[in-house]
Design a protein around this ligand. Structure first.
Ligand SMILES: Nc1ncnc2c1ncn2[C@@H]1O[C@H](COP(=O)(O)OP(=O)(O)O)[C@@H](O)[C@H]1O
Ligand SMILES: [Mg+2]
Length: 400
């Protein structure tokens, strides 16, 4: 509908700009119309109109905020108007005077698009462009995947059984007679490595199983409220299906998948979109995997964590036992080339509770090491800052 409307409005804009109708609308094909349009409008358009058009088009395509306004659930009218203006770009450079200089280069670049396709191209592209340019989701390239794999998967210590489970689950995408799993949920307390594990696994799927990786930014997705988020999430899944086999990674999924009873009508719609796309009639046999993490599994809608959805593989990532805490500190210190005095290691192993805290301690020690600080009070301050909060940290700083 939108491309058709766009086309009609473009037609009307042409009439207004020319002040007359030198061609009859009856019996003219879209391509024929555009050809006539190009021939006619090129002699009438002035540079001011032109730059206005280009600016409008650029802003329209580039700005997620405007796109949201235009292509949210509100109204298609501004979209049609703007896309109509945008579609005028390729029609103008017939006038040789306009093909010179920077402006000319811009116009020529724009006009390399198939002319009859321009209107619908603009309308369709705004669906996907904001996503590809990183405002809703990232599609990491191979180098980025390697980085995620090295820094998030390989550096994790003591999560071997979780890793093994994840790798085994991916076999469901290879065999015949097996339904590919639809979802993986990593849940548990904060700081236990869920985000790193999920992203690392996603990268592994991309590097070793040929999956296209789509990393959703939940915060950005939710901007503008649940109705728009639902619309955007639908786009993410559309893209994922087009690129399958693919994996969608959603960190902190509880921001999207809150229980429907508490989320209001918009939230209800958002969860429904998620359910339909993970395990709906149409999506059942797609090779699209959703990997999600949460610190708050109780907030999630129950339907989301059933088998066939995110509940296909639920992995609880627990806080490590004290011996493991020690191993994590030692391991991370080794990875970073940081020396940790035995007394501090002993003390820290009793106080630190999660991998994230261990990492923060090692990082703090790494900074001191770089600065050449060896004073035990100062090294101890690193630990105090992590385990006892800001106030304790300040006190021990004063002492040092
Ligand atoms: N078991 C672990 N081994 C090594 N590093 C860890 C471990 N757990 C957490 N970390 C470190 O802590 C950081 C934060 O962990 P994160 O994945 O954000 O935790 P969560 O998402 O569960 O809150 C990670 O980037 C990682 O460097
Ligand atoms: Mg996290």
């Amino acid at each position: 509908v939108l491309p058709t409307l766009t086309f009609m409005v473009t037609y009307l804009v042409g009439i207004v700009m020319q002040g007359s109708t030198p061609w009859g609308p009856v019996g003219l094909s879209p391509l024929g119309f555009y050809e006539v349009f190009v021939r006619n409008i090129s002699t009438y358009t002035n540079p001011l109109t032109l730059s206005l058009t280009i600016t409008t088009a650029a802003v329209y395509v580039a700005s997620p905020a405007l796109t949201r306004l235009v292509r949210g659930w509100t109204s298609p009218v501004p979209a049609v108007l703007l896309a109509s203006l945008a579609s005028l770009i390729p029609m103008v450079p017939m006038d040789p005077a306009l093909t010179q200089g920077v402006q000319g280069a811009l116009i020529l670049a724009a006009s390399s698009l198939p002319i009859s396709y321009a209107g619908s191209w603009y309308v369709n592209s705004v669906d996907v462009l904001p996503m590809l340019y990183g405002s809703i989701a990232d599609i990491p390239d191979k180098d980025t995947l390697i980085k995620y794999y090295r820094e998030d998967w390989e550096t994790l210590i003591g999560l071997d059984s979780a890793k093994r489970e994840l790798i085994i689950a991916s076999e469901s995408f290879r065999g015949s007679g097996v339904r590919p799993i639809h979802g993986v949920l990593l849940y548990g307390p904060a700081g236990t490595g869920k985000t790193a594990l999920g992203l690392g696994y996603t990268a592994w799927l991309g590097l070793y199983r040929g999956f296209r990786v789509i990393v959703v930014k939940a915060g950005r997705l939710m901007r503008g409220g649940p109705w728009e988020a639902a619309w955007r999430l639908e786009k993410v899944f559309q893209l994922a299906r087009a690129l399958q086999p693919s994996v969608i990674y959603i960190d902190e999924v509880d921001s999207i998948g809150r229980a429907r009873e508490e989320a209001g009508a918009g939230g209800y719609r958002l969860v429904s979109v998620m359910l339909q796309n993970i395990d709906g009639v149409a999506s059942r046999y797609d090779k699209v995997l959703v990997v999600a993490t949460t610190n708050n599994v109780n907030a999630l809608d129950e339907a989301l964590i059933r088998p066939g959805r995110l509940g296909d593989l639920k992995i609880y990532v627990a806080k490590p036992p004290p011996e493991m805490v020690k191993a994590i500190i030692v391991g991370v210190a080794q990875q970073r080339g940081v020396l940790i005095p035995p007394w501090l290691l002993e003390k820290a192993s009793g106080l630190i509770e999660t991998g994230a805290e261990a990492e923060a301690l090692v990082n703090c020690l790494a900074i001191k090491q770089l600065a050449g600080v060896k004073d035990p009070t100062q090294l101890d301050a690193c630990l105090a800052g992590i385990t006892r909060g800001i106030e304790a940290y300040n006190t021990s700083q004063d002492m040092g």
